[in-house]
Design a protein around this ligand. Sequence first.
Ligand code: G3P
Length: 230
Amino acid sequence: MLYIIDTANVDDIRRCNEFYPIDGVTTNPTIIAHEKRDFIPLIKEIRTIIGDDKMFHIQTTATTAEEIVKEGHELQEIVGGEFYLKIPVSPEGLKATRILSREGIKVTETAIFTQQQALIAAKAGASFVAPYVNRLDNIVSDGAKVVEEITEILHGYKLPCKVLAASFKNVEQIHKISTVGGDAVTITPDLFDKLVYHPLTYYAIDDFEKDWESIYGDKSISELISEYKG
Ligand code: G3P
């Protein structure tokens, strides 16, 4: 499963990129606005941090196919590398997806809430579809089930489109995506930390340290190797 971080905060991106095996960054207008920074320097800085090989998904703010296509070209030129234009699913968005995918600009169709929206976006040429898991759960739907069915449908029709599950509020929602075969998740840095953390792990580490110190004091393995080698 691909792990992507859903933020435009450069400190968080730098930290996650250093410690976790992330595959890229996703943003949307809400996430970008949250940073209250000049847009172009911000996206260029994010690209510099993650490098050209990691995916960078940036959402269009345009609403007509013509304008969306134009923004796709402009953003591709500015950020380069593994760039994906996020387009909310709509008739204009699907028209733009068809044009851009033919031109070789990769598209992530976003704000997906139904299986049929995903299938149609995939047929239009989207590389990823992004269903909103928590927002589905919030309306007493089942986000993970929707992701599972989308995944099955895309595999069934052998469409070269991946499912990038988005909108998470807890670890259980993310875990469920991995059990239903979702291709990718995009999650906040805070949730990434929670995926990794378990108090029993820290208890175990404390015990290892105490047991080691009881025999070897504060000597590290490297120090013991140096001493052994003389
Ligand atoms: O990537 C889409 C995501 O940012 C939406 O998340 O938490 O606003 O439902 P949320």
